[in-house]
Write a protein that binds this ligand. Sequence first.
Ligand code: ADP
Ligand code: MG
Length: 271
Amino acid sequence: MGGKGASVLANSNPILEISKLRIEFDTPRGVLQVVNAIDLTVREGETLGLVGESGCGKSVTSMSIMGLLPEAVATISGGSIRFRGKELTTLSDKEMRKVRGNEISIIFQEPMTSLNPVFTIAQQLVEPLRQHKRLSKRERRERIIEMLRKVGIPRAEQIVDEYPHQLSGGMRQRVMIALAMLGEPQLLIADEPTTALDVTIQAQILELMRAMKQENGMAVMLITHDLGVVAEMCDRVAVMYAGQVVEVAEVRDLFDRPKHPYTKGLLSSLP
Ligand code: ADP
Ligand code: MG
């Protein structure tokens, strides 16, 4: 994923262009401006890191790209989100469902995972395959088992008929990656994908993401609070602070010459 080739990627086409995006939340204390006119671009094939302290608006940004903001309280009050030229903020729910899981996939931090406890792994992983109308039931099952093997799940042909609670946290996160990858997305958003996992599993999941990315060349937006992960995985990095993007740079430049005071503080807190 990271480092090498960054300058080549700098010239590749944007796949996601967020421009002057504003998101407000209705709260008992009044309207909160949670995302405040941010610009972000992810280019084809690159991994963009998105870092910033807890509560700065990273997850809300990723939810807005996926059309998953809680409608009752959140509003996009300005700006645009374009995916391969297509404006996402004005799509209908039905159109957005098609984008989600096929063109763009998301992996959440473990406690928020969207695995449903009442369905087997196979019943959930078949969803992104519904776009391939010509696949038989059996072929779909084979593809699922093959993907589970790819993400390093042992005994995949058995696991496929088990329920999420029968798996460990690390295994569930692998299933989530399998789910994301089965849709063959052009953009993967990974929102703190390893934060809830222990260090060994963390390294395995990151390695897996790197391998999957190499295989299909998708773009990744990797949200993390871990600058070590950024250094290892990302080409460029955007720094968010209090609802704004305060700095965007190639990873090496950010580490060598941080510009914004918040970024400087972040780097000086590294061991
Ligand atoms: P993070 O950068 O840690 O992912 P979030 O994007 O989850 O931060 O949250 C950004 C801010 O949005 C939070 O500080 C919080 O004030 C606000 N927020 C998030 N979800 C809600 C909600 N459901 N209701 C009200 N405010 C929310
Ligand atoms: Mg978050």
